[in-house]
Design a protein around this ligand. Structure first.
Ligand code: ZN
Length: 493
């Protein structure tokens, strides 16, 4: 009997620890739905005369040769050194190699407002259709080689997508599949399970951990006790948990043991007037970010708390840029991938925001944005781990992949150097995922996950938009072909 009990316990322990597929699956052969997008087949490849930005924050190095053997980078050497026999040569003149982006807030869905009109009215319920076809292509095409889904609406779909990508049947980045939003009553979209107790939270985490998700995310309406139960259960499965919080303040979540907080400092509610414990106020953090000036006593205390507890912060500037009046419009290349309905919806909402220029509401949005980027800089300067992802939701103006590039540009607009921004978008994300020995920078022995862009993003960060080829596991994907395959599709599937 005792023997039997021990065997059962061992088997159980094994099941719960072995379920999640690794974020970085072993490279495989590619199937017929993937090969049309391959520009450079896996093999021995020498990219010569290329500028290298390695992702560590170090200065760009001119005129290098990158040697790739199979899925792995084997050398980074001056172009004056000879290329060994048996390598195919790609001329990297005028191009820069940087690590594949590690997108840390990168959804696989679109936010649909049924029957939206020019006044911004729409019918209930808000629904969130999966972009399982277009989003992975958009991410990879634009340089994202690894991404976290950071809240799932159809976790089985996302898990299957990961399995199909890892098997070489579908094209897309390495996926860290996040479980369903851990959310109580009051969920923003209707597809969510509504947690009713700490035990319910624990069971939801345990169930999805057993189904193989890689991470978890808590959402806006969850109690401290439920969040604590979710954190403990996630950690019991050796998985990390982040939060886009509201009912729980940042300091409360830090004390409960959360690993990461989403949306920079925008959604902290600790200074919202009348904040009740365990309740998300209607103000959803706006008064807190408007009041929390970088360098203020409250900002300093919060940042010290975050850094002391090693809680990472995810910068999601593109989605907040959308609420600042007269923000940059979508470029033609981005409009091209939207469905006609998605274009219309985006333009309606953009026009409404533009109408707030010079109004108190518009000024507050601009103030919140300024405070947030200042706090992100202060957090990073204090030694905090700042990671990045665009959060493709909001008004429809945050497009997968394109917005990952925009995030880097906005970090630079906000005062980071281009090299710092690239590190935040690459090595820092890999560090959070515990994969910094494999991805996130360009170095011998690392995965050949890298982006070739025309120009020099160290001099002008906008050059990160000029992607020509994206290498994932040593296979070079054709950005133009991937984008062409989703023209007019984003918003539909
Ligand atoms: Zn999000």
């Amino acid at each position: 009997m005792l023997f039997r009990l021990l065997v059962t316990a061992a088997a159980l322990a094994l099941t719960s620890a072995a379920d999640a597929a690794p974020v970085l699956a072993p490279p495989t052969d590619l199937g017929p739905d993937v090969t049309p997008f391959v520009k450079v087949a896996r093999g021995r490849i020498a990219i010569t005369h290329v500028r290298v930005i390695d992702g560590t924050g170090a200065a760009a190095v001119e005129d290098q040769t990158l040697l790739i053997d199979g899925p792995t980078i084997t050398a980074v050497q001056p172009a004056s050194m000879p290329v060994p026999d048996g390598y195919r040569t790609i001329d990297g003149n005028g191009e820069t190699a940087l690590p594949g982006l590690v997108g840390m807030h990168n959804h696989l869905f679109y936010l649909q407002r049924p029957n939206i009109d020019s006044a911004g009215h729409f019918d209930s319920p808000i629904i969130v259709p999966q972009m399982t076809f277009s989003a992975p292509r958009l991410y990879l095409a634009n340089g994202v080689t690894t991404m976290r889904t950071t809240g799932s609406v159809e976790p089985y779909t996302d898990l299957s997508l990961k399995r199909e990508i890892d098997a070489g049947h579908l094209v897309g980045p390495h996926l860290d599949v996040t479980g369903p939003y851990l959310e109580g009553p009051g969920a923003f979209f209707i597809q969510n399970h509504q947690i009713t107790s700490p035990e319910d939270a624990r069971k939801e985490v345990a169930f999805w951990a057993d189904q193989g998700v890689n991470s978890f995310k808590a959402y806006m309406n969850i109690t401290r006790a439920e969040l604590k139960a979710a954190i403990d259960e996630a950690h019991r499965h050796h998985l990390k948990i982040t939060g886009h919080l509201c009912s729980v303040t940042y300091p409360e979540a830090v004390e409960l043991g959360i690993d990461n907080l989403e949306h920079g400092f925008f959604v902290n509610t600790q200074l919202d007037p009348g904040k009740q414990t365990d309740k998300c106020p209607d103000t959803i953090g706006d008064p807190t970010i408007e009041a929390m000036t970088p360098g203020s006593a409250q900002a300093n205390a919060l940042i010290k708390l975050l850094v002391d507890h090693r809680v990472a912060i995810t910068s999601t500037l593109p989605v907040f840029e959308q609420s600042v009046p007269l923000h940059a419009p979508l470029q033609a290349r981005q409009m091209d991938v939207l469905t006609p309905q998605a274009k219309e919806s985006y333009l309606y909402l953009r026009n409404l925001t533009a109408g707030r220029a010079g109004t108190p509401r518009g000024e507050k949005a601009a103030l919140a944005y300024r405070n947030d980027i200042g706090l992100e800089r202060q957090f990073a300067a204090a030694g905090g781990l700042l990671i990045a992802g665009p959060d493709p939701t909001g008004n429809g103006g945050v497009i997968p992949g394109f917005a990952d590039q925009r995030e880097l540009e906005l970090l630079v607009e906000g005062g980071f150097t281009p090299l710092e921004a690239i590190r935040i978008g690459t090595l820092n994300g890999a560090t959070y995922l515990g994969l910094a020995d494999r991805i996130g920078s360009i170095a011998p022995g690392k995965n050949a996950d890298l982006v070739l862009v025309r120009g020099n993003p160290a001099a002008d960060i906008h050059d990160v938009e000029k992607v020509e080829t994206v290498f994932k596991d040593g296979v070079g994907y054709d950005t133009a072909k991937l984008l062409e395959s989703v023209r007019g599709r984003y918003g539909q599937y």
